[in-house]
Design a protein around this ligand. Structure first.
Ligand SMILES: Nc1nc2c(ncn2[C@@H]2O[C@H](COP(=O)(O)OP(=O)(O)OP(=O)(O)O)[C@@H](O)[C@H]2O)c(=O)[nH]1
Length: 315
């Protein structure tokens, strides 16, 4: 079969990947049908119209100047292939539209045609893989039994929220909640009943976190941790008091408990206006100490350490 230019064009136009060919100055020399169609239906990324007048690098630089880190990375990578600094360049980047999430993988490689040197930039849609990765990543941060965030999610969230409160000079409150005599409940009613109690407790605690700067996580076996960003201790205490009332109203039997015949919880609460990264570890250590005190003082109570001046923990 004769390979006419029309035949070769038809092949390129049948490919799903968006293909652009640029010259060493970055001026666009060719685009396939997918690239034009994508550009025309998409305002967020590079436009498909008038591609003959576009300089690919200039478009990346424009995006970079507007704060798009992927535009900056793309420009740097393409230039390094153009200069012979590396044989090819790959970049995964987001290109979300108002209605859907989308990601692409860009591959830049040289194309030697007779005497002239060109560069082929192929954009491959990797949205399906990225969405699957997002799902796996979200699942890795959820506790399987209760369906709330796990310890790993807690650690990440606390770090971010502490940083944010540090910047804003706002207080952050942290509570560790530990069910009382839970071993006895398990021993008396069985592990499955124990599991159900953990789920119920998680649901009650979830009611105390309502804002994006709040988090309720399963911290350990029968321990939960709560973070309230930009929240003074008194507000956190009110939320925790309501939780203790709700738990008491749930009347979950723990008949052999030496303290109460219904399930109760002990809580360590602490608050701080963080000023350094190490305040985060201090916050957790103080909440732990307060929890220990709540257990020692008879359980079914909140013990707290107040928010002091920035960077200080005051009793
Ligand atoms: N059903 C169930 N029990 C759990 C789970 N994780 C931890 N536990 C149980 O929680 C109990 C915790 O016991 P302890 O650490 O002795 O604490 P406690 O009996 O609550 O006593 P205090 O904390 O001193 O009031 C243990 O019996 C664990 O087996 C879980 O996922 N499901």
């Amino acid at each position: 079969m004769e390979h006419t230019p029309g035949f070769l064009h038809a092949i390129l136009d049948s490919i799903n990947e968006n293909i652009v060919v640029i010259d060493p100055a970055g001026d666009i020399q060719y685009v396939n049908r997918s690239w034009s169609a994508f550009g025309n239906s998409n305002n967020a990324c590079m436009s498909g119209d008038d591609w003959q007048t576009l300089n690919y690098l200039a478009e990346c630089d424009k995006a970079s100047a507007m704060g798009d880190e992927f535009g900056a990375n793309a420009a740097e990578g393409i230039r390094s292939v153009l200069n012979g600094g590396q044989p090819e360049f790959y970049l995964e980047y987001p290109c979300h539209s108002p209605d859907e999430k989308r990601w692409f993988m860009m591959r830049v490689a040289p194309l030697q045609l007779n005497e002239a040197g060109y560069f082929v930039i192929v954009h491959h849609n990797i949205t399906e893989r990225k969405l699957a990765e997002e799902k796996v990543s979200a699942l890795a941060r959820i506790d399987g039994l209760t369906g709330i965030p796990n310890r790993r999610a807690f650690d990440e969230f606390l770090h971010e929220e502490c940083r944010r409160c540090m910047r804003l000079r706002k207080p952050i409150s942290l509570a560790i909640v530990d069910l009382d005599h839970f071993k006895l409940l398990n021993d008396t009613y069985g592990h499955q009943v124990g599991d159900e109690c953990l789920r119920q407790t998680a649901a009650l605690l979830q009611e105390t976190v309502n804002r994006p700067s709040d988090l309720c996580a399963r911290y350990g076996g029968e321990e939960f941790a709560l973070i309230w960003g930009d929240t003074a201790q008194e507000q956190a205490r009110q939320l925790l008091n309501q939780f203790l009332r709700n738990l008491s109203d749930s009347r979950i039997l723990n008949i052999h408990s030496p303290t109460e015949k219904y399930l109760t919880a002990s809580i360590g609460l602490t608050s701080i206006v963080p000023t350094t990264d190490s305040d985060m570890d201090q916050l957790v250590a103080q909440a732990d100490d307060m929890l220990y005190l709540a257990k020692a003082n008879g359980r079914n109570r909140i013990e707290s350490q107040g928010e002091g001046h920035p960077g200080q923990m005051t009793p």
